[in-house]
Write a protein that binds this ligand. Structure first.
Ligand SMILES: [Ca+2]
Length: 256
């Protein structure tokens, strides 16, 4: 009864033929949490994120409430005592499926941020900025669009030794960096750029350890550079030489 009341309220609220998925992710998270509270200890569910909720190991008996204090209604009580594993796993399998739009996209984006591209959305800086289309943050906006006019690339002025930097806001063992070059022209301008990683901001971080050199990426191309891991918080792209322009359409940083 307790579970059916939770569901019926939810279903009544969304009793419509209109597409509602874009608007219900928060409610689905609340619904999941409400149902999990019937089985899982409340201290584990406090402040839990959607991603953590889906990943919750419901087979861990330490996470569960004791059977004798479960409050799931009389009708379900007999069933739940013999098939709790099945019900909880079914719940976690079904609900993410119901919200396979905005919520799942948010969770996939979160997963990328946590375990994959460390630079995504990071704090950026560069030696100079040509104009509003070439902001430093455009190299970590999650968009590899290589046409400069679409506003997803960086662009310094013509200068000596231009550089770009992302602050990962933490120290990571970095072993892979993926660079996307400008596509609408000028791909050769990036040749000779260096990927440097470390914890120092001396010389703006441009003297940190050399991880790799970008010898050539074709117009609009994406290349990945792998190397023995370097521990660092800052990832710099430095283009040594006089009268250079540094343009980057995306920089992705990975720890594995
Ligand atoms: Ca970009």
């Amino acid at each position: 009864m307790a579970i059916s009341r939770t569901f019926s309220t939810f279903l009544t609220k969304y009793q419509t033929d209109e597409p509602v998925m874009p608007f219900i992710s928060k409610d689905l998270i609340m619904l999941m949490k409400s149902l999990l509270k019937k089985f899982i200890k409340e201290e584990i569910l406090n402040d839990i994120t959607a991603l953590q909720m889906v990943r919750l190991d419901t087979t861990d008996k330490k996470a569960r409430k004791q059977l004798k204090i479960l409050d799931i209604g009389l009708g379900a009580e007999g069933i739940i005592k013999v098939s709790m594993d099945v019900l909880v796993i079914l719940l976690l399998a079904l609900l993410p499926g119901l919200c396979d739009t905005k919520l799942m996209a948010d969770m996939r984006r979160s997963e990328r941020q946590i375990s994959r591209d460390l630079a995504l959305g990071g704090k950026t800086a560069q030696s100079s900025t040509f104009n509003f289309l070439g902001l430093a943050k455009h190299a970590v906006d999650g968009n590899r669009n290589s046409n400069f006019l679409y506003g997803s690339c960086t662009h310094t002025n013509l200068e000596n030794n231009p550089w770009w930097r992302v602050d990962l806001m933490g120290v990571y063992k970095i072993s892979r960096v993926t660079i996307t070059n400008r596509g609408d022209c000028c791909g050769e301008w990036l040749s000779g750029a260096q990927i440097r990683i470390g914890n120092s901001l001396n010389s703006n971080g441009n003297n940190n350890e050399l991880a790799a050199t970008i010898w050539s990426i074709p117009n609009g191309g994406t290349e990945t550079y792998t190397f023995k891991h370097i521990k660092g918080r800052y990832v710099n792209i430095v283009l040594p030489g006089i009268f250079k322009i540094l343009i980057l359409c995306e920089v992705e940083v990975y720890s594995r």
